[in-house]
Design a protein around this ligand. Structure first.
Ligand code: CP
Ligand code: NVA
Length: 303
């Protein structure tokens, strides 16, 4: 049966295994695998992308296969062909599909109708593939993933949703500091709470950024205005001011905290240049790890 990665929950049983596989790929960057020759990844992107698009395309190429970038405006989908029909047609051509979409329901619809694996390359609910790179970076720097405290200060968005799920799956506590009304998705928090009971981890959601930051081993933030929310910019930039990750806020984290950001970053808004460029920041290793984890994910789905 084919396997999709639409949510972090789809990696509940092997997230750390995929991370470890990706760490191996990092050591053998240019190794090709005969089994992937002529395998094709179809990549549908409704929104812009630097990291996700280029890491997936490079990963598929380096593994020995090929990737095709698909802009919905250049496909019949842009003229009303259904997502279901598109999924069925693409399944006859390609071996795996990645999809960056505005709406989570559309990713689900594509996956339901595709007979090949589907990877969620970010939607309004989650960003699962980002998590593999994030926690790979944590494992490289800290040596382990369990027993840590991950603090996310900012918008309770797609990245925050996936971060809560990944933290509890991997055995870390997670604290989210976000303004009231901008909390992470309730259903996903419920799912994470169930998992946290199995893994003995703790979830905290607070509107106090200092409380969220206290004793953090990993400090994470993301943009305040996600793709598709541009109309909310003015309002959000005011509301989120006290949630900026700056030197004062990170002074409440553990001394050897690691700073992560999925990127792109807006210096002076969700994070200061000082923190981004500081000694604790691993954001560019994290970005590079998108390549190695794209291979880990593709290998896991294509076997
Ligand atoms: N972090 C991330 O997904 O970046 P892109 O939007 O550039 O793909
Ligand atoms: N939350 C951001 C992540 C970008 C990688 C967005 O959805 O735009």
């Amino acid at each position: 049966m084919k396997r999709d990665i639409i949510s972090v929950l789809d990696m509940k049983d092997d997230l750390e295994e995929i991370i470890d596989l990706s760490i191996k790929f990092k050591k053998q960057r240019y190794e090709q695998f005969p089994e992937y020759v002529n395998h094709v990844l179809g990549m549908i992107f409704e929104k812009p992308s630097t990291r996700t698009r280029i890491s997936l395309e490079t990963a598929m190429t380096q593994l020995g296969g090929h990737a095709i970038y698909l802009n919905p405006n250049d496909m019949q989908i842009g003229r009303g062909e259904t997502i279901g029909d598109t999924a069925k047609v693409l399944s006859g051509f390609v071996d795996v599909i990645s999809y960056r979409a505005f709406k989570h329901e559309n990713v689900l619809e594509l996956a339901r109708n595709a007979s090949v694996p589907v990877i969620n390359a970010l939607d309004d609910m989650e960003h699962p593939v980002q998590m593999v790179a994030d926690f790979m970076t944590v494992k490289e720097r800290k040596g382990h993933l369990d027993g840590l405290k991950v603090s996310y200060v900012g918008d309770g968005n797609n990245v925050a949703n996936s971060l809560i799920l990944s933290s509890v799956i991997l055995g870390s506590d997670i604290s989210i500091g976000c303004p009231k009304g901008y909390e992470p998705n309730r259903k996903l928090v419920e799912a994470a709470t169930k998992i946290s009971k199995e893994t003995g981890t703790h979830i905290e959601i607070t509107d106090d950024p200092v409380k969220a930051m206290e004793n953090a081993d990993v400090v994470y933030t993301d943009v305040w205005v996600s793709m598709g929310e541009e109309k909310e910019r003015e309002q959000k930039e005011k509301i989120f001011l006290k949630y900026q990750v700056n030197e004062q806020l990170v002074s409440h984290a553990n001394k050897d905290y690691l700073f992560l950001h999925c990127l792109p970053a807006h210096r002076g808004l969700e994070v200061t240049g000082e923190v981004m460029e500081g000694v604790h920041s691993a954001v560019f290793d994290e970005a590079e790890n998108r390549l190695h984890t794209a291979k880990g994910i593709l290998k896991t789905l294509l076997q």
